[in-house]
Design a binder for this molecule. Sequence first.
Ligand SMILES: [Zn+2]
Ligand SMILES: [Zn+2]
Length: 121
Amino acid sequence: MHTTCPRCGALLDRTPRSLVGRALFRKVLRCPKCGYRQREWRVPFESTLTFVLSRYSRCIQCGSYKVRRLNGRDQIDRVSLHPLSMLLALTMAPFYHCNPCRLQYHEWRPAHPSARTESKS
Ligand SMILES: [Zn+2]
Ligand SMILES: [Zn+2]
């Protein structure tokens, strides 16, 4: 399992990470030839951004608006281990459930109007 450099095609080396780096990145690769760096975020960065910037609740994993608020935890479906969701859990935020990925996460914002009219609860 080697990754090649997208710039020059050389094999990338794994670089040792600092303590902060270990918390943020799954791995950091570096090209020994041209110095290109490839970082693999531990938390998917783009979906985190769409989650944070949204007015309405979106799935923390896939960004879908098809979420609904739960009255309590669903015992069958998974609960997100995303740091933001865990942080919100500490503030006693209610559970939300994503329909496409059957994932539960914590959230304070309301569900998107379109998602609310769809659910019959
Ligand atoms: Zn390179
Ligand atoms: Zn989802």
